[in-house]
Design a protein around this ligand. Sequence first.
Ligand SMILES: C[S@@+](CC[C@H](N)C(=O)[O-])C[C@H]1O[C@@H](n2cnc3c(N)ncnc32)[C@H](O)[C@@H]1O
Length: 177
Amino acid sequence: MSTMGLMTSIREYGELIRLQKKLAKVFPSFKEQHAWLQKFRQVDAHVKTAHNPSHVLQFILAIFNTPESVEGCIVEAGAFKGGSTAKISLAAAHMNRPFYVFDSFCGLPENKEQHIKSVMGYSIQNWFDGGNFAGTLDEVKGNVQAYGNINVCEFVPGWFNETMPLFNKKLPWPIWM
Ligand SMILES: C[S@@+](CC[C@H](N)C(=O)[O-])C[C@H]1O[C@@H](n2cnc3c(N)ncnc32)[C@H](O)[C@@H]1O
């Protein structure tokens, strides 16, 4: 592993410890904390994802910490293979919130964006080419069925610029991508 990779892993590990302490505030029982973390680890073990576990856990903590009195649904803009979708669906079901999943289900749109290096300094050339990060609707549904809760999910296939302007549900939520 490169030094940069090692630093990233250490940072991620530290971040997960910090967030697990926050999870303990939501679920004081160790058994419950463990059960939630196991469900998320199952997703990481079986589904190809494009996120750091800490990033999605941060988002899920925000779901748990939003009072029931705040109305609204959760939206995901970009599911890839459905890993983050599966995790978020579990939290959405727990909090009784509908969950809308927007995606082309055929990857990124064609584009001329130039991506050379990430903020961490490594090459990300061609990462964002059209068609990358593709997960079909069947793949995403299959993964959510296996590791999440599909009952709270509404899938909205299509390009964001065409599907999102038509979306008219109450939305108190940030968007996960
Ligand atoms: C980086 S991946 C998402 C990663 C995923 N949330 C995860 O954590 O594994 C980006 C996703 O957004 C979708 N996407 C990107 N731009 C889009 C657009 N303009 N319209 C529809 N879908 C788009 C891609 O199809 C892809 O599934």
